[in-house]
Design a protein around this ligand. Structure first.
Ligand SMILES: CC(C)(COP(=O)(O)OP(=O)(O)OC[C@H]1O[C@@H](n2cnc3c(N)ncnc32)[C@H](O)[C@@H]1OP(=O)(O)O)[C@@H](O)C(=O)NCCC(=O)NCCS
Length: 219
């Protein structure tokens, strides 16, 4: 299916949130894991599109759209050139409204599911990147494609867009976090040139990409 990549717009947020939910269980659909389906997107993707964080958080976002439906994102890569700035600015301008909407006491709500509770805890106490990961690169990304667009080179091309953007910002590397159970993503990362970064963090794995090790996508 002919498709292309373009910068994300505010109107893409609902589609981005949906993609985040449909790939939220270590790359598989997390639709059955949530009562509040918007939570994964509001934690992992939407803040990078939000106008209120730009430009101080140095965020950026690209979406993949089909040529015949250019307003409907089917994949995205979002990130920041400066993870510490992002963490600071999100603390001021992104998490407060979500904390009001989802108070910590809501984790006791019997109607919620475990994945909802985990995300509510996260938005009250977001994970900060380990210092050695920041030393590898201050830039980080999150990438996700709907199953209909996986394994066709689009992930590689979205990464290409992020690497080019970051080169323009003077950065020659990036890092990302991955659920250790997400073997497909890990195979993709290793294939396109990432290396596993050593950390003491439990529950997550971190991977880093030097742009010198990255080969741009060729048709
Ligand atoms: C992981 C993901 C971003 C990869 O993007 P993609 O478009 O599917 O991958 P590409 O087609 O660009 O793959 C490039 C190469 O990586 C390798 N690769 C990609 N997916 C792979 C998989 N599932 N298993 C093994 N190798 C894989 C292959 O070598 C592939 O080249 P080939 O298809 O010519 O063999 C995408 O599948 C995705 O969004 N998955 C669901 C969400 C997710 O897990 N996001 C990551 C969260 S950390």
């Amino acid at each position: 299916m002919p498709a292309h990549i373009r910068p994300a717009r505010l109107e893409d947020m609902p589609a981005i949130s949906r993609i985040s939910l449909l790939t939220g269980r270590a790359g598989q659909s997390a639709e059955d894991d949530h009562r509040i389906g918007g939570l994964p997107g509001s934690v992992w993707a939407e803040p990078y599109v939000a106008a209120e964080l730009k430009p101080d958080a140095r965020t950026f976002a690209f979406v993949l759209v089909n040529d015949d439906a250019p307003d409907l994102a089917v994949g995205y890569i979002v990130g920041t050139a400066d993870t510490r700035a992002y963490e600071r600015v999100a603390e001021e301008r992104w998490w407060p409204a979500l904390r009001t909407r989802h108070p910590l006491t809501s984790v006791d709500d019997r109607a919620l599911m475990d994945a909802d509770r985990q995300h509510v805890r996260l938005l009250h106490k977001p994970d900060l990147a380990p210092q050695n990961v920041i030393e590898f690169s201050p830039a980080h990304v999150h990438i996700s494609l709907l199953p209909s667009h996986q394994r066709q080179g689009w992930g590689h091309r979205l990464l290409d867009a992020a690497v080019s953007h970051l080169r323009g910002e003077g950065l020659d590397a990036l890092h990302l976090v991955v659920n250790p159970r997400n073997n497909q993503a890990k195979q993709f990362y290793l294939k396109v040139g990432f290396e596993r970064l050593p950390t003491d963090e439990r529950g997550y794995e971190y991977y880093g990409l030097r742009s010198s090790r990255f080969t741009s996508f060729r048709q």
